[in-house]
Design a protein around this ligand. Structure first.
Ligand code: AMP
Ligand code: GLY
Length: 425
């Protein structure tokens, strides 16, 4: 089969790596890809939001299946465009991607079908949003309804901050995403993610993971796309994984089908483990980045077969196998990320680091220039390790990180701290 993968980050490198091992694969293309992906796929310079060019390329190269990895093209309807052109693709389609595309939609759905989540209100004017925020206690969570590249959530410690956040969103601070604002009660607890695959009718579990969203050690500093992750997540023992499937994901997929929005594809469930049990933080319509990296190195079964089964409505025939090993990934980023950062510094030590036991290095923001690999993204590398437990995977990942250098590189040194604390108990 000829496969077109769409995207360019560490998640996409991990997907390319897994797809490239499939016995079903003839040719793997990636648009636009990066220097790491180019080692396992043929990269083509088409951006993920250039739907016309992607569809034209897919037709020209007789693509059998398109793997759409990130939320902007999914929420924007690339699946629908591909399928209309006769090219099978990983969903969800635009109608179902609303699960990530509108926070208000998800909150209403939770209320309707009894999924535990924070109290909330949806608003179209600043005055009403502020009046509601005043009633809900502090801190208060202010969210732009639509996609905002992971930046659309502000946790306000007092009313003045909440007011500023509300005004910022309605004044277009997050563009069109803020035309509606959701105000939520703050949930206290530990976050974890759980992933599943749906064909619209059948749903199979993938695995759990825990991300580290803040930029600096000790969960300090600004929110990022994710500075590291590990899987499995001890905060989600098997009993809670069952709850995630039975109380959250299966009822959601059933409700989406009943609403005429059949959900096909990866479901990312963001949970807050509170003292009253797990509650929904968010749904995403794709794998997480960097959670995907740790899932892919643990997956023993063929990813492509599973994604095709989700597209074709036969997930009931799939039984995925996972390594018992733990996996942990450390994001190496360029100084300044998640704000502005320098680009173009050459990276050294990659080959040496890749030879260490249990290591797979996924590229997130890199470009090749002759024989050199340059750091060109905010998150640059996802240094990923497997081990018998999270502690071993962490030690291996940092041994590899320590061999890799470029001007202005930084990473967190404490990825996995919660899990390792639990392993020691
Ligand atoms: P989201 O974009 O919905 O994932 O929100 C981004 C981050 O904001 C989440 O990963 C949480 O850390 C935090 N967050 C969102 N909603 C809440 C809430 N109701 N209570 C506490 N933290 C939240
Ligand atoms: N790592 C968080 C996300 O992909 O949304």
């Amino acid at each position: 089969m000829n496969i077109l993968l769409i995207g360019s980050g560490g998640r996409e490198h991990a997907l390319a790596w897994a797809l490239s091992a499939s016995p079903l694969l003839s040719r793997l293309y990636c648009a636009p890809g990066n220097a790491g992906i180019a080692e396992v796929a043929e990269c083509v310079p088409i951006q993920a939001m250039d739907f016309d060019a992607l569809v034209a390329f897919a037709k020209e190269k007789k693509i059998d299946f398109a793997v759409i990895a990130s939320d902007p093209p999914l929420v924007g309807g690339l699946w629908d465009r591909m399928e209309a052109a006769g090219i099978r693709a990983t969903g969800p389609g635009e109608a179902a991607a609303i699960l990530e595309g509108s926070k208000g939609f998800v909150k209403d759905l939770c209320r309707e079908i009894g999924i535990p989540s924070a109290a909330y209100g949806r608003f179209r004017t600043a005055a009403e949003a502020k009046a509601f925020a005043h009633t809900i206690g502090l801190p208060v969570v202010v969210k732009a309804d639509g996609l905002a590249a992971g930046k659309g959530v502000i946790i306000a410690e007092n009313e003045a901050e909440a007011g500023k956040a509300i005004d910022f969103m309605f004044e277009g601070g997050f563009g069109d995403s803020g035309h509606e604002v959701v105000i939520e009660e703050f949930m206290d607890g530990e976050e974890a993610s759980f992933f599943a695959l749906s064909d619209g009718e059948h749903v199979i579990p993938l695995a759990g993971a825990q991300d580290h969203k803040r930029a600096f050690d000790g969960d300090k500093g600004p929110n990022t796309g994710g500075m590291g992750a590990y899987s499995p997540a001890p905060v989600l023992p098997p009993a809670l994984e069952t709850v995630a499937m039975e109380r959250f994901i299966k009822p959601t997929v059933a409700a989406m089908g009943a609403k005429g929005r059949p959900y096909q594809g990866v479901i990312y469930l963001g949970l807050m483990i509170t003292k009253d049990g797990p509650k929904l933080v968010e749904y995403n319509c794709r794998f997480g980045d960097p959670e995907c990296q740790v899932l892919m190195v643990r997956l023993k079964s063929d990813l492509l077969t599973a994604l095709l089964a989700a597209r074709d409505g036969i997930l009931n025939t799939i039984d995925l196998r996972w390594r018992d090993d733990a996996a942990l990934t450390v994001a190496m980023a360029s100084k300044g990320y998640p704000g502005t950062y320098e680009k173009g510094h050459p990276i050294t030590g990659l080959a040496e680091a890749a030879k260490l036991p249990g290591i797979t290095i996924f590229h997130a923001g890199t470009t090749r220039r002759d024989s050199e690999i340059l750091a060109t993204g905010g998150r640059v590398l996802s240094v990923t390790a497997t081990g018998q437990n999270v502690a071993e995977a962490q030690a291996r990942a940092y041994a590899a990180v320590d061999r890799i250098h470029w001007d202005g590189a930084f990473c967190r040194r404490d990825i996995g701290w919660r899990a390792i604390g639990r392993e020691r108990r």
